[in-house]
Write a protein that binds this ligand. Structure first.
Ligand SMILES: NC(=O)c1ccc[n+]([C@@H]2O[C@H](COP(=O)([O-])OP(=O)(O)OC[C@H]3O[C@@H](n4cnc5c(N)ncnc54)[C@H](OP(=O)(O)O)[C@@H]3O)[C@@H](O)[C@H]2O)c1
Length: 332
């Protein structure tokens, strides 16, 4: 079977496609013939050794997959060969086959295409856990989403709308804001591409305040970081919740007096660790997400598909800030 491998630290151009022996299903595990692999920002980071997990090399990037179960190991009872599944893999998804702990795999509805299934778990899983379990978003509240046309951002827009919030989408181009509006945002703001000096940051905070209205944002979903974070924190409402999701624009340093002045919470969100610590809560969330999908309230926007041999280009597309919604690597 073929796999895209990171054999040395570096960008997407360092990835190579190689032939490897097929993996085997040890007890409790399953082997999946991969049909599609969702590309996420952690793939940009993991091959450069900048992510919180550093798999030993050589490894394949690719943190979530969909496919067909090829074999199951002893003791696996909830799956059988031929089942259509999705799963979070951490890494290893950019390959024709993957072996993983069967508890990481979830059967998918017959009507769910493989590309949407591979673009489902990481974004909606993260954003649902963030908005529901960490942000306690309530109907009628204002939700400001930064990077609103990115993977986790667009999922937050759809989920926020499904939860009854007034969603304000913020992104770096009109095309991105329009996409977020088509997915449920009621208002939008186009922000410049940073970095920003003090005046630029103040102007950015004013942009966010204008878009959110007088009270500010009850919940801020920050999957961007960098200079955007402080500007968005300045727009957080009294007793609001500022959700720390990710840092494609850099890791910000925040003056803590802002949290005091606004009486707000700055809330860390680490979905992968939450899944490992409370698998039952994760499974409940996945069931609720699949129900929202079945009801037509959420649906991954897959804008680009790349074949396995061009997986590096898929990762580079994300790193260049060009991606709309989700990018997926597909395997025939
Ligand atoms: N906390 C968790 O548990 C968790 C789980 C999954 C992912 N994440 C993190 O969430 C973040 C977003 O992940 P994603 O997969 O949704 O990524 P994505 O699809 O690439 O979206 C990221 C967005 O960030 C914005 N951005 C700002 N500066 C950028 C830059 N220099 N390079 C690239 N994008 C930039 C872009 O929107 P604009 O152009 O509109 O600004 C882009 O749409 C990442 O940091 C990722 O590690 C966290």
């Amino acid at each position: 079977m073929k796999a895209v491998l990171s054999k040395s630290v570096g960008g997407p151009e360092t990835l190579v496609l190689e032939e490897l022996p097929s993996p085997e299903a040890k007890p409790g595990w399953a082997v999946v013939s991969v049909k599609a692999c969702g590309v996420n920002y952690p793939d940009v980071l993991i091959i450069e050794d900048k992510y919180q997990f550093k798999p030993p090399r050589p490894f394949s990037p690719g943190g979530e997959i969909s496919g067909v179960v090829k074999a199951v190991g002893e003791g696996v009872i909830h799956l059988e060969p031929g089942d259509r599944v999705l799963g979070n893999t951490g890494a290893g998804g950019m390959a024709e086959e993957i072996a993983l702990d069967a508890s990481r795999l979830v059967p998918i509805p017959p009507a769910m295409p493989f590309d949407e299934a591979a673009a489902f778990l990481m974004t909606y899983g993260t954003s649902y856990y963030a908005l529901k379990d960490r942000g306690h978003l309530r109907a009628g509240e204002t939700l400001l989403v930064l990077g609103a046309a990115g993977g986790v951002g667009l999922a937050a827009v759809e989920l926020g709308a499904a939860m009854g919030a007034r969603v304000v989408a913020a992104a770096s181009s009109r095309e991105k804001v329009d996409l977020a509006k088509a997915h449920g945002a009621q208002a939008g703001v186009v922000y410049p591409k940073g970095p920003f000096d003090r005046d630029g940051q103040k102007a950015l905070a004013d942009l966010f305040k204008q878009a959110c209205g007088e009270g500010g944002a009850d919940v801020v979903y920050d999957g961007v970081g960098g200079d955007y974070a402080e500007a968005a924190l300045r727009c957080t409402a009294w007793e609001g919740r500022f959700l720390v999701i990710g840092f494609p624009a850099g890791i910000p340093r925040i003056p803590l007096n802002l949290a005091l002045l606004k009486g707000c919470d700055i809330v860390g969100v680490f979905w992968g660790a939450a899944v490992a610590r409370d698998p039952a809560a994760h499974q409940r969330n996945v069931r609720e997400l699949l129900d929202l999908y079945a009801a037509g309230k959420i649906r991954p926007h897959v804008s680009e598909r790349f074949p396995l041999a061009r997986a590096g280009e898929a990762i580079a597309h994300l790193a260049s800030r060009k991606a709309l919604g989700k990018v997926v690597v597909t395997i025939d």
